[in-house]
Design a binder for this molecule. Structure first.
Ligand code: DGY
Length: 426
């Protein structure tokens, strides 16, 4: 679980990051983390964003299993019968995590058939995303809820969310405010819209295609592509040809550039599929494609410049990359994904900098992450200027990714992200 108080169940992308850290101290626990999550996969291939712990009281977290009703409302989509889950998804970091967990102890992994077990499930997961979620018809995946992209209240969603009629405030009770300060969390109006989108999706039996909210997000798609590269490595290891996956990852990279690159902003933007336009907001999500090995050189150089420029301030006004534009109208240094810096996005960018030969800048970012994680009590997120701790402390992925950065690696290898590159077999 990401946090005993705020998030007391198993979260999908948190688990992937947690496995990436755990592999250094217990490859077996890291394998179990992913095995447990994938045991809750739906028959249509989706990996749910939450797998609920049945021993946690219903009122400890909202929305709880009785809201999602996965085993009944999700029956047609193939939700599992015995375990309760949510019905939306989260960024596909899982194949990347599985490959890194394997590399931590290939002998143990082979002896336990870890990748043999993971591969068909991860392939089904990617198939679900690429076939059922290409709502814009351009080859990229759309998210149908801000919680799916993981950066819940990013200002990038304000415009598409403004079209959604919020559920009445009295129709639900938030549990997050029992643990987190309201200034650091999404607003009640945001929650009303999150609830409306999720209950409409549930009431359609979690069938894809008809929802009001559909956004192509750069980070979600970049993580899918990174995971597709990792699946190519996994296929090679299992003796299945990984070259088709490698080629698909390259095609998806070209689609990402074609649909989401905005030269005037010097970065990638989100595409509002329902309105048919790019969303003019700079979120950290638009820098994450830096982790792609076949990103054209000039685009990678432009992303590094943008990261260091006035909108994100890295190495100047900030030591970690903030979640949102420092100059943006909606910027708020303490409110969740509207400004604070997060460790997982900075870990991804650290890998991206290294992958594109920016060793000095990657080293500086690594130092900043390690210092901030320790000084903040492994906070969920921090003020990007002062590094003041916000949200939960003792947060799972903050600790796990710190472990990953601390782990001794041969010089120049960098963090796990660089292991997706062809030819680097660890
Ligand atoms: C929350 O509850 O805040 C989560 O981010 C939703 O998954």
């Amino acid at each position: 679980m990401p946090s005993r108080s705020l998030y007391p169940h198993q979260w999908s992308w948190d688990s992937a990051f947690i496995a990436i850290g755990l592999r250094h101290i217990s490859p077996l626990r890291a394998q179990t983390e992913l095995d447990t999550l994938l045991a809750a996969q739906w028959a249509d291939g989706r990996i749910p964003h939450i797998v609920f712990n049945p021993s946690v009281p219903l009122d400890a977290y909202f929305p709880s299993p009785d809201f999602w009703r996965s085993s009944t409302a999700g029956r047609a989509a193939g939700a599992p019968r015995t375990v309760q889950t949510s019905g939306i998804v989260q960024p596909p970091v899982h194949a990347l995590a599985a490959w890194l967990v394997h590399l931590a102890d290939p002998g143990l992994s082979r002896a336990r058939g870890f990748l043999t077990r993971m591969y068909p499930r991860l392939a089904a997961w990617h198939r679900y995303l690429l076939h059922r979620r290409d709502l814009g018809g351009g080859g990229l995946v759309s998210v149908v809820h801000p919680w799916e992209q993981g950066m819940d209240n990013s200002p990038c969603w304000d415009r598409p969310l403004s079209r959604v009629t919020p559920a009445p405030a009295r129709s639900f009770r938030r549990a997050d405010l029992d643990h987190g300060s309201p200034e650091g969390r999404p607003t009640d109006l945001d929650y009303g819209r999150y609830v409306r989108l999720a209950s409409d999706y549930r009431d359609r039996g979690y069938a894809d295609g008809a929802g009001e909210f559909a956004v192509e997000d750069p980070a979600f798609n970049a993580l899918l592509i990174a995971s597709e590269y990792a699946l190519a490595r996994i296929a090679d290891e299992l003796g299945a040809a990984g070259s088709a996956r490698q080629a698909r990852a390259e095609r998806l990279t070209a689609a990402l550039v074609e649909r989401l690159w905005e030269p005037a902003a010097g970065m990638f933007l989100c595409r509002d599929v329902r309105a048919g336009e790019l969303i003019p907001e700079r979120g950290v999500s638009g820098l994450i494609p830096l982790l792609l090995p076949t990103l054209p050189h000039d685009l990678a150089a432009t992303l590094v410049r943008t990261m260091r420029g006035p909108h994100f301030g890295l190495g100047g006004t900030t030591r970690l990359v903030p979640s949102y534009d420092l100059l943006g109208e909606a910027f708020d240094p303490h409110r969740y994904w509207r400004g604070p810096a997060w460790i997982n996005t900075n870990w991804l960018l650290e890998g991206g900098l290294r992958l594109h030969g920016e060793r000095g800048r990657a080293d500086a970012l690594r130092k900043g992450i390690l210092h901030t994680a320790d000084a903040s009590g492994f906070a969920e997120y921090v003020d990007p200027y002062t590094a003041q701790a916000c949200g939960a402390t003792g947060f799972g992925w903050t600790a796990a990714l710190t472990l990953d950065l601390l782990h001794d690696r041969p010089a120049g290898r960098g963090n796990g992200v660089t292991a997706i590159k062809g030819g680097d077999r660890g």
